[in-house]
Design a protein around this ligand. Structure first.
Ligand SMILES: O=C(O)CCC(=O)/C=C/C=C(\O)C(=O)O
Ligand SMILES: [Fe+2]
Length: 313
C-alpha cells in the first residue's frame, strides 16, 4: 500500500497579518489542492512531524525528537485546545521500532503540541478533526541541535515500520523554509525569559498576548521593509525543495546547522520536519512529487512552501 506525503509551512500570522489578496488567494487555492490530494488518498493514519515554539516542550527536558503516544494541543494562535486523536497503539509500536533501530527517541504519553503541529492538521482536516494520527515532535528551536543525519535516520526508521503495516499512511512535515521570526533563544535569554524557556507551560493570558504581540509587530515591521530581520531567501528555499523533488534526501546529511542559520535564519531548522517526512516516504523506493508551491511572504516573515508526493507503485 503506498504512502503519501505533504510538507507545508505554518505561520502564526496566517489570518492575522495577511499578504495581498492575490498572494493569500493563491495560498488558499494551494491548500484546497492539498486537501483534495489528502481526501483522494483517504489516509487510515497520519504521522505528523513538527516543531514546538516553547509552548509545549521546554528545557526542563528537551529531547531531539519525541513520539506522542498521547497528545494535547495547547491552543496557541487560534488553534483548538484539547486532546488529539492519537492512535496510541500505532505510536507505541513506532517507539519500539525506532528504538530497535538504535535511535534514542523520546516517548510522551501526553505530548503538548502547539501550532507547529496543530495548524497543519487544522489546515488539512479542519477544526475538531478525528482522523487517527501520531504526532512526532522534532526539535528545531531549542538549540543546540544534533546533526541532520539523525533526523533522516529517524524518518527512515518510521518509514520502514509504517511500510510494514500495509495501511494508507499520510506523512506530514510542518515548518517554514527560510525564516527568522522572534523566537527566544537560550544563549541570549534574560533570567525572566530563561524561566519560561525552562518551565513555561500554561502562561497567563497576559503573557501569551504579550508574546503574540511581539510576533505580530515583527510581521508588520518585516512587511514594511524593516531590514533588521534576516530576510526570506528564495534561492535557499528553492535549493531545499529541489533536493526533495530530486529524491536526494541523503544530501541533507551535509546541511550543517550553521549553514541553515546563515542562509535561512534560525527557524529554517524547521526544515527538519520536511527531512523526516521525505526520509520516511523514501524507504519504500521511488516517489513522485505531485505538486509544489512557494511564496516568499513578508507579512508572515517566511518562505511559505508546500509539496505533495506519493510513492510509486
Ligand atoms: O514568543 C515565543 O515564545 C514564541 C513565538 C512564536 O510562537 C513564533 C512562532 C513562529 C513560527 O511558528 C514560524 O514562523 O514558523
Ligand atoms: Fe514555526
Amino acid at each position: 500500500m503506498p504512502l503519501a506525503l505533504c510538507t507545508l509551512s505554518h505561520s502564526p500570522l496566517y489570518g492575522i497579518n495577511d499578504p495581498d489578496p492575490s498572494v493569500l488567494n493563491a495560498v488558499d487555492a494551494a491548500f484546497d489542492r492539498v486537501r483534495t490530494f489528502v481526501e483522494d488518498f483517504d489516509p487510515e493514519l497520519t504521522i505528523v512531524f513538527g516543531p514546538d515554539h516553547y509552548n509545549g516542550v521546554f528545557y526542563d527536558m528537551m529531547p531531539a525528537f519525541c513520539i506522542g503516544s498521547g497528545a494535547r494541543a495547547v491552543g496557541d494562535w487560534g488553534t483548538e485546545p484539547g486532546p488529539l486523536p492519537v492512535d496510541r497503539t500505532a505510536a507505541r509500536r513506532l517507539v519500539s521500532a525506532v528504538l530497535d533501530d538504535g535511535i534514542d527517541v523520546a516517548q510522551s504519553e501526553e505530548l503538548h503540541v502547539d501550532h507547529g503541529i496543530a495548524q497543519p492538521l487544522e489546515f488539512l482536516f479542519g477544526k475538531r478533526y478525528s482522523n487517527p494520527l501520531v504526532p512526532v515532535f522534532v526539535n528545531a528551536v531549542g538549540l543546540p541541535l544534533g546533526p541532520m543525519q539523525r533526523i533522516r535516520l529517524l524518518g527512515e526508521s518510521i518509514g520502514r515500520e509504517i511500510e510494514s503495516w500495509n495501511k494508507r499512511v499520510l506523512i506530514v512535515g510542518s515548518g517554514g523554509l527560510s525564516h527568522d521570526p522572534p523566537v527566544p533563544r537560550l544563549d541570549e535569554a534574560t533570567p525572566e525569559v530563561l524561566a519560561r524557556l525552562i518551565d513555561g507551560r500554561n502562561p497567563s493570558p497576559e503573557l501569551r498576548a504579550e508574546r503574540q504581540r511581539r510576533v505580530i509587530e515583527a510581521g508588520k515591521a518585516h512587511a514594511a521593509g524593516d531590514t533588521s530581520f534576516q530576510q526570506i531567501n528564495p534561492d535557499f528555499d528553492a535549493r531545499i525543495m529541489n533536493t526533495f523533488a530530486d529524491s536526494a534526501v541523503s544530501e541533507t546529511d551535509s546541511w550543517t546547522t550553521d549553514w541553515m542559520e546563515k542562509n535561512g535564519g534560525h527557524s529554517a531548522h524547521e526544515i527538519r520536519s520536511w527531512v523526516a517526512a521525505f526520509a520516511a516516504l523514501s524507504t519504500g523506493g521511488s516517489y513522485t512529487v505531485t505538486n509544489r508551491w512557494y511564496w516568499p511572504v513578508q507579512e508572515w516573515m517566511t518562505g511559505f512552501g508546500m509539496m505533495t508526493a506519493i510513492q510509486e507503485a
